[in-house]
Design a protein around this ligand. Structure first.
Ligand code: PRP
Ligand code: URA
Length: 209
């Protein structure tokens, strides 16, 4: 069963409060999502392996450590996942970015894939699938399946807000995938919206409503 980490750092929770607030402007919403993504990236990279190295300081040899192991790949789910990419890249600027385009059919709530462009070495990378909202889990599961079809195996999922239904769906479909969220909310309403949530993440990020 994949683990679920709720990133409850005070700075993340403070910023998430303003992200949820319907009176937050598009500009502030975008900036806050970017900031929370940076803070969550700090948590999600906590277990990256290190290797021992020596460096010469001006006065002696120091036994130090640098990051080793697989390179990272960020996989934002279009559109709303885009809002978190730059915030993560601030901490891991060498990561490559692949895009998977999905939208939820408003009637069936089923994800429809319309785009995929991934790094050529994607299967050699440790991947972080990014989407602010995990509602039914259909989009995240479809994105993870798209990666597994391409022989990717080391996959984590990062979301701002999850519904319990979405967490369960990902854990059932992909027990090898750990999930990092800033909050797990109460439930999904009849239209598949997370309650209390933040509304439509894509529309709030891009000012389309
Ligand atoms: C939203 C959100 C997720 C998806 C979550 O995207 O950004 O991708 O819904 O819902 P699910 O867990 O039930 O699949 P949306 O379909 O609104 O597309 P957008 O990002 O282009 O606005
Ligand atoms: N997608 C969103 O943007 N918000 C929700 O509450 C559910 C799915």
């Amino acid at each position: 069963m994949g683990k679920v980490f709720v990133c409850d750092h005070p700075l993340i929770q403070h910023k998430l409060t303003y992200i949820r607030d319907k009176s937050t402007t598009t500009k502030d919403f975008r900036e806050l999502v970017d900031e929370v993504a940076t803070l969550m990236a700090y948590e999600i990279t906590r277990e990256i392996p290190l290797q021992k190295v020596q460096v010469q300081t001006p006065v002696a040899t120091a036994e130090c450590r640098t990051i080793s192991g697989r390179m990272l790949g960020l996989i934002p789910i279009l559109r709303a996942g885009l809002g978190m990419v730059d915030g993560i890249l601030k901490l891991v600027p060498a990561a490559k970015v692949g895009h998977i385009g999905l939208y939820r059919d408003p009637q069936t709530l089923e994800p429809v894939e319309y785009y995929a462009k991934l790094p050529t070495d994607v299967q050699e990378r440790e991947l972080i699938v990014i989407d602010p909202m995990l509602a039914t889990g259909g989009s995240a599961n479809a994105a993870i399946e798209a990666l597994k079809r391409r022989n990717c195996s080391q996959i984590k999922l990062m979301c701002l807000i999850a519904a319990p239904e979405g967490v369960q769906a990902v854990q059932q479909a992909h027990p090898d995938v750990d999930l990092y969220v800033a909050a797990i909310d109460d439930y999904l309403d009849d239209h598949g919206y997370i309650i209390p949530g933040l509304g439509d993440a894509g529309d709030r990020l891009f000012g389309t409503k």
